[in-house]
Design a protein around this ligand. Structure first.
Ligand SMILES: Nc1ncnc2c1ncn2[C@@H]1O[C@H](COP(=O)(O)OP(=O)(O)O)[C@@H](O)[C@H]1O
Ligand SMILES: [Mg+2]
Length: 258
């Protein structure tokens, strides 16, 4: 199996009386699509928040290429190669689609604000490179025709895709998608599945939170299941699909009930 890119090690996070994650161990390998599933409130989004440095774990740690991310600031975690999208779309509504993606590319800029203001050569070069890159990404995601439209005026499905494009703008190694197909009809889901595969085939590693089982089964290399903050399964999609504990978690039936 390929190298481990990201590892959650005995990760626990408590919010007051709520244990959102409880001793979770999880490895994400380079180049795979790993689906993270589980009922609402299971802790899936919390995994993204801990990995991106929004929250510090109560105990345990997150390792990127074997190195702990403890205390690393959010901005630097992004720079190190981890990007995400949000369950509830968070775009800059008054910016164009292109500008939203450019804000992603900005994380790697070397020229400072003043360089930009005074139009210094390096700043100008970087700005042009950022625009070119943003266009390439929009094209890759299939929404370049919307590049000059304000994000808030875009159709819902395009906004969801734009979130992915913006995340790719940061040049991640790992892209984490939080319910990217939420609100999609079956045809849109099929298209999104193709896009996610294309992202993986382009060399990215994908961590995908999703509820739609047929989407997950179609594209995931592996599926990890959370329930009440604990990992209850982690295996090939076909194995997880038939796992009794997973079925019970989804149906809400305790394992000792008949
Ligand atoms: N910032 C927070 N403060 C308090 N409780 C939180 C916070 N974030 C998440 N939780 C709680 O942690 C649990 C897991 O939430 P979440 O990770 O959003 O679940 P999921 O994405 O699987 O639906 C829930 O009980 C949720 O209410
Ligand atoms: Mg969530």
């Amino acid at each position: 199996m390929s190298k481990v890119l990201l590892e959650l090690k005995d990760l626990t996070i408590k919010f007051g009386g709520v244990t959102a994650l409880n001793g979770v161990n999880l490895k994400i390998h380079e180049g795979e699509i790993l689906a993270l599933i589980g009922p609402n409130g299971a802790g899936k989004t919390t995994v993204f928040n801990v990995v991106t440095g929004v929250y510090q774990p109560t105990s345990g740690e997150v390792l990127l290429h074997g190195k702990s991310l403890k205390g690393v600031k959010r901005f630097n975690i992004t720079k190190m190669g981890i990007a995400r999208t949000f369950q509830n779309i968070r775009l800059f509504g008054d910016m164009t689609a292109l500008e939203n993606v450019i804000t992603g590319t900005d994380v790697h800029k070397k020229s400072g604000l003043l360089g930009g203001l005074f139009g210094l050569p390096r700043a100008r070069r970087e700005e042009q490179a950022g625009r070119d890159k943003a266009h390439q990404i929009l094209e890759f995601i299939g929404i370049d025709e919307y590049s000059d439209r304000l994000a808030r005026n875009l159709p819902y499905g395009v906004q969801r895709r734009l979130e992915i494009a913006r995340a790719l703008g940061t040049e991640p190694k790992l892209i984490m998608l939080d319910e990217p197909a939420a609100g999609f009809n079956p045809a849109e889901k099929v298209e999104l599945a193709k896009t996610i595969k294309k992202i993986r085939d382009a060399g990215y590693t994908v961590l995908l939170i999703e509820h739609d089982m047929s989407l997950i089964m179609g594209i995931s290399d592996r599926v990890a299941v959370l329930d009440f903050g604990q990992k209850i399964a982690d295996d090939l999609p076909t194995v997880v699909q038939n796992d009794q504990r997973v079925i019970e978690a989804y149906l809400g039936v305790p394992s000792d009930a008949s």
